[in-house]
Ligand binder design. Sequence first.
Ligand SMILES: *Cc1c(COP(=O)(O)O)cnc(C)c1O
Length: 371
Amino acid sequence: MNVPLLDLVAQYRAIKDDVLPAIQEVIESQQFVMGPAVPRLEAAVAQLAGATHGIACASGTDALLLPLKALDLESGDEVITTSFTFFATAGTIHNAGGTPVFVDIEPGTFNIDPAAVEVAITPRTRAIMPVHLYGQMAAMERLRAVARARGLPIIEDAAQAIGARRMIEGQWRMAGELGWATGFSFFPSKNLGAWGDGGMMVTSDDALAERLRRLRLHGGAKQYHHDEVGTNSRLDSLQAAVLLAKLPHLASWSAKRREHAAYYTRGLADLPAVRPPVVDPANEHIFHQYTLRVERRNELQARLKSQGIGSAIYYPVPLHLQPCFSHLGYRPGRLPASERASGEVLSLPVYPELTRGQLDCVIETIRGFYR
Ligand SMILES: *Cc1c(COP(=O)(O)O)cnc(C)c1O
């Protein structure tokens, strides 16, 4: 049975009657850049994230880079982040002129360890950048306590966590609600994916929102008048129309992902060689990825592949050990939880359109491998 890691064609078939007319409308209007679909999407995503402002941009990477630029980092300024994440998290810190300071993760959730953040703060620390990895939120209440004590802003990398939430002091708080700024990605494989690149920043800080709008448009609030040097990072109207048509499906897609995750976890629970993902009881996970820790990973992956089952390793090398950051002087052994995770993780197909038969095939193949 064929079980790809992700099947966007299945999603396309289900929604094409919603999306194609929305695209047609943009084409008829010929307003391809910053047309009316863009502010509508900005308002809708801001509302979903519990924030006041949404500022669309060209990618999830830019949705992190522009808030980092708004910090006006100087050479040697530090931003504390996790080593176990996609490269963009740290690449943007570097490209904004700062130095990434990598700290370790909590082994259960794979998310940044707030206690490690606290220890890593120096007089040069300018911000804290947690990642809500695989779709479950980092311990924002603990990070906020650390940040507040030092007057540091938090920039949330929520590229994998649109619509995720966490119960804090009896209240649901959304990814994007508690940070100073938050970046979302609409890369096609994300839970809310465009038909190309796209991103969104959200914030409830009015002055920051104005600054981000400027930075995305060459630093000028008024056309041809430039208060600072920004860039061109707009979301095009076709992508905004696709995303607006998809957005009403997001909650049910995430619920399906949760169902599939629970099914896998039940089906694999008794295997000593496999550790299913740990969901922090405070979190509602959106399972951008369903990620196991496994023994004999390469052999298992080969077996899955031979049965037509897709899988992937997110991420095989923690960022503190990437060659491009060798000048920062990290050595193997420095962040043991991140390094161990990189050697053990394996993500399985968890997209909403998976059938029961496909899920059973994945479970049976894994059980057969370890038998
Ligand atoms: C996808 C992703 C990004 C970058 O998003 P793009 O839209 O691909 O630029 C940043 N951080 C994390 C954790 C991601 O998964």
